[in-house]
Design a binder for this molecule. Structure first.
Ligand code: PMP
Length: 391
């Protein structure tokens, strides 16, 4: 059936009981799942009625916030990174190993959950301007959290560099047999391969064997967009029949990279160096450098759409008002870009995008800002016109 993805019920009934360590996210066994890992993947593909009606296309959104471990697509990535590390002997349960990661939050939350479930400690380094809900949650999950000032990637204090150093220092400490493992979601290819193995096949199956015309997603590490694009365009040979579109928030360099081949003009580069970060309130997508997980599938990305914070806020409110869908900022960016893409395509095209995480993880920042925008005061007419809403 559609919900359970590519594995049919018959197949699953006949398969031997899988061991927890070999459990892949879309091989759930006979109805009972083995630990929290079994709640990862097989997320629904939701037809968003209001956006479909407004565009004349079918807008489908993969509800990744329903991943049952950490509530985002990063569950798939964290599980794959841990499984690969275990296979390579870099992580061994019971040895007192610690997983270190630099993250804006989602990956850290998924790693912290899985660390608890599999007998590791987690140490998370994150920028101090991310919504406080995320670090609070990490504390409750038992992770050690270091919130560090925003710094350029060339600075040893940048959250990613700090996590790498902490892992190295842990392993080097002579008085312990335990190891520090740097998960490295930006550069580790276990990131995009998680999406090649699970997200891509699920989308293929859920659309009735690849009946989709466009896939739209933002990039934080690039793992989602490149993993899904590689699976659909290369393994399933959809090729040019599928349009892959990057959704990029204001301030990110990826839009320029896709459209014009360079990330920033000289002046913009200076500005970025001063700001040291993507200048947006959107969390999780938009980057100022090219990562391995982006590079590996960059050639498969056909186009890019730039989305302003204002549009993202308006879309988030539109979705909750018309569809009862309450999401965070990166999901809203994806939906704006999905609408822009749909409007350039023939009517009745099928456009797939990603709902990354829930709005509950963004109450103190993104949703507070939306409230402050005072959109409730707009007239009924303004409220019902999607194009006007998005400017
Ligand atoms: N949305 C959120 C909330 C995220 O945390 C991330 C990952 N940083 C993304 C989207 C982007 O996914 P990816 O890293 O696969 O590009």
């Amino acid at each position: 059936s559609v919900f359970f993805g590519p594995v049919s019920l018959e197949d699953r009934e006949e398969s031997p009981e899988p061991s927890p360590s070999s459990l892949s996210p879309y091989d759930r066994g006979n109805g009972i799942v083995h630990g929290i890992e079994g709640a990862i993947g097989n997320t629904p593909l939701i037809k968003i009625r209001s956006l479909s009606e407004a565009t004349g296309c079918t807008i489908l959104a993969k509800a990744e916030f329903l991943n049952g471990a950490g509530g985002s697509p990063k569950d798939r990535v964290a599980l794959n990174m841990i499984q690969v590390a275990e296979e390579q002997g870099l992580l061994t349960p019971g040895r007192g190993d610690t997983i270190y990661e630099g993250t804006v939050g989602s990956t850290g939350i998924s790693l912290a959950v899985l660390a608890r479930a599999r007998g590791y400690k987690a140490h998370i380094c994150m920028p101090d301007d991310m919504a406080i809900e995320k670090s609070d949650l990490l504390h409750h999950l038992g992770a050690t959290v270091e919130r560090v000032p925003v710094a350029p990637i060339t600075d040893p204090g940048h959250f990613v560099n700090l996590a790498r150093t902490r892992a190295k220092d842990h392993t080097a400490a002579a008085d312990t047999p335990s190891r520090g493992f740097f998960a490295d979601q930006f550069e580790s290819l276990a990131n995009y391969t998680a999406h090649m193995k699970t997200t891509g096949p699920e989308i293929y199956a859920q659309t009735g064997n690849g009946r989709l015309d466009a896939f739209v997603a933002g990039a934080g590490t690039g793992g989602t967009i490149t993993g899904v694009a590689k699976y659909l365009k290369e393994e399933r040979e959809l090729g040019a029949a599928l349009r892959v579109v990057l959704a990029d928030p204001q301030g990110s360099g990826l839009y320029n990279k896709i459209r014009h081949g360079v990330m920033y003009s000289a002046t913009e580069r200076e500005g970025t160096r001063r700001r040291t970060q993507v200048d947006t309130m959107v969390e999780g997508i938009g980057i100022t450098r090219i990562t391995e997980n982006f590079e590996v599938g960059r050639e498969l990305i056909d186009d890019a759409v730039k989305v302003t914070d204002d549009q993202a806020c308006r879309m988030a409110r539109w979705l909750v008002e018309h569809d009862g869908i309450f999401v965070g900022s990166s999901s809203a960016v994806n939906c704006v870009a999905a609408v822009v893409t749909a409007l350039k395509m023939p009517r009745e095209s099928r456009v797939v995008t990603i709902l990354c995480d829930s709005g509950t993880r963004h109450l103190s920042k993104f949703w507070k800002h939306i409230t402050a925008m005072g959109l409730e005061d707009e007239t009924q007419e303004q409220d019902e016109d999607l194009l006007a809403v998005l400017g």
